[in-house]
Design a protein around this ligand. Structure first.
Ligand code: HEM
Length: 381
């Protein structure tokens, strides 16, 4: 029988959800290894998380559901990861960039005439999901199904509603399999990410449809994180005219600004591991088989790792940032996420002489498991 563990904190308490950055900063200093029923053992300090990432034998990623490649350990993880890596190589990014730019330009077209825009629903979400559909060679309007899946899955995770979770999994699977069937019926279609997935082999055996569904569940969730990141980036630029003008004057600074803003205000709250043996962290003994949660946002704002961590300084060396994780599970989609964010910010800055928050409305922050924005009203000039 499992020992009942007392709760050091409640991640869903109103004060935590109201300002996640502040709440996790407080936990990092007050109780850096904290137990809760929802997350198991949350780690808040940079050094503790880096130690976990460097020791995949003691901290397993294996999940109860098929999750390729993130819910796997070595040696399976390495095989799947290697087979899927070409989807994010430089050739593939060069193929996707013009499509992403065209999608961004079309979505930003209205700002020339209307002066105001709600950025999340009008740009960030459709942009990232339309870009995914374009890279897969799927009809553009499918982005709306993917969008409702991302939104409803986050809600089901928040509500810990397994019935809704199962229904959503089956809805997503149906969407993907219909597209795979369509492609099999038209084998001469242009080469795209769907063709690549259908041809991907592990140990000489092609991925089956359920495996492709699992891969695409990850990619779609990754686009949700990218949309959240875009909201955060644009919020910061809307509030900091100096930085906005600096980037507009020199677009080559955008990649560094992206890394630094997301270090200070990350779009992804946390990811889990399971201990494969008893471990000691900060003097606390965590038994084998327990869930450990890596609190990315708190680690990236740890003053033990970054000077004046709450300040955004685009000249900062961000190599120790954990925005993309670290080690064997380092974000596989980072090249695509970076490309999308760079293209979106380039297009936005070059189309608008200036943008700021629309003071007739207020931005609404997302809550756990996300940390982006639900709404971001902008005014352009
Ligand atoms: C700003 C956007 C994104 C952020 C901040 C982000 C962050 C992360 C982080 C922190 C991890 C490591 C998780 C862990 O160690 O448990 C991860 C893993 C992963 N991400 Fe992303 N991600 C983003 C976008 C994307 C996109 C667009 C895709 C795909 C299209 C993607 C695909 C993946 C995959 C497949 C993994 C698992 C890698 C593995 O287990 O080997 N991500 N991501």
């Amino acid at each position: 029988m499992k020992n009942e563990q007392h709760q050091d904190w409640n991640p869903l308490e109103a004060s935590v959800l109201k300002d996640q950055r502040q709440a996790y900063d407080d936990m990092r200093e007050r109780c850096p290894v904290a137990h809760s029923d929802l997350m198991g053992w949350s780690l808040f300090r940079h050094a503790d998380i880096v130690d976990v990432l460097a020791d995949p034998e003691s901290y397993s990623n294996v999940s109860q559901f098929l999750a390729i490649p993130n819910g796997m350990d070595a040696p399976d993880h390495g095989r799947y990861r290697e087979a899927l890596d070409p989807n994010f190589n430089a050739t593939e990014m060069a193929r996707i960039e013009p499509m992403a730019r065209e999608i961004a330009a079309a979505l930003l077209e209205p700002i020339g005439s209307c002066g105001v825009m709600e950025f999340i629903d009008t740009f960030a979400t459709p942009f990232t999901l339309k870009t995914l559909c374009a890279s897969l060679g799927w009809p553009e309007q499918q982005w709306e199904c993917l969008s409702s899946w991302v939104h409803d899955s986050q809600q089901a995770a928040f509500d810990q509603d397994s019935v809704a979770g199962k229904a959503l999994a089956s809805f997503f699977s149906g969407q993907v399999k219909a597209n795979l069937d369509k492609r099999r019926a038209a084998p001469n279609a242009a080469r795209d990410a769907t063709t690549a997935l259908l041809g991907t082999k592990i140990g000489g055996v092609r991925l089956n449809d359920d495996q492709i569904v699992s891969v695409l569940r990850n990619w779609t969730a990754g686009q949700g994180t990218t949309a959240a990141a875009l909201g955060i980036l644009v919020l910061h630029l809307a509030q900091d005219s100096g930085l906005q003008d600096q980037l507009r004057g020199d677009l080559s600074l955008i990649p560094a600004a992206i890394e630094e803003i997301l270090r200070a205000d990350g779009p992804l709250v946390a990811n889990p591991r399971t201990t494969t043996r008893e471990v000691q962290i900060q003097g606390r003994c965590i038994p084998k088989g327990e869930r450990v949660t890596l609190m990315w946002m708190a680690a990236n704002r740890d003053s033990r790792a970054f000077d004046a961590p709450e300040a955004v300084k685009i000249e900062r060396d961000t190599r120790d940032s954990l925005v993309w994780g670290q080690g064997v599970h380092l974000c596989q989609g980072a090249p695509l996420a970076r490309l999308e964010m760079r293209v979106a910010i380039e297009e936005l800055l070059s189309r608008a002489k200036h943008f700021a928050l629309d003071h007739n409305d207020i931005p609404r922050r997302a809550v756990y498991p996300g940390n982006g924005l639900i709404t971001l009203p902008l005014r352009f000039s």
